[in-house]
Design a protein around this ligand. Sequence first.
Ligand code: SF4
Ligand code: SF4
Length: 216
Amino acid sequence: MPGKIQNTGTPNERTLNFWERLYLPEIFKGLGYSFRKVVKEPMYTFQYPEEQWYPPDGYRGRPVLVEEDGKPRCVSCNLCAKACPPMAISMETHEIDSVKEREPKWFEINMLRCIYCGFCEEVCPEEAIVMSKEYDMTFQARTEAIFGLERLLVPEERLKDRLDYLKRARNPQFGQNWDFKRSNNIHSLRDRAFVKWLREGGAEEVESAATESAHA
Ligand code: SF4
Ligand code: SF4
């Protein structure tokens, strides 16, 4: 329901008295107010770029890919690209000979399109793409704004703040059912602790299906 418009003004509030009509006293009053603010109140501005602002852990700067043991943690599932509202993410997948099975052959984010919404981080099942604290980017050409793997990959250690923040602040219901573990890669069942766990539970057919698909 829309609210009712209230007029909170007082009658004659815009009628000027003699001193206000002279203008100069009001101007000096205004200057005095500004001077008091300049002298007495703390300064909130930074002398950028000499002084840099260090954002809090929850800040959403440019998205980056987590580099783990020198390789992207990403399994190239394409979920982030699907979730990205301005369609800033594109990638090509290739298969690799490791338990991870898939990795991006190339991965690009068009930083001119990115709106820093963090949806990619939200949907990523591997915590492989996270929002960093980097907020100042400049480009001299549009092509420079397309970041490939070489600019997107950031070592895990340098993203510790954000990864810890996600552990703390993510929807707790999410964490109850699933937590990031290297062995918890839902895109592959080959040689996984999960398969062992299924076998112990008597789910032989799941194991054989997984093994067949792995060797196909
Ligand atoms: S932060 Fe939002 S706009 Fe930017 S790449 Fe991620 S999903 Fe796309
Ligand atoms: S959602 Fe995560 S794992 Fe999937 S392609 Fe994007 S970054 Fe990689």
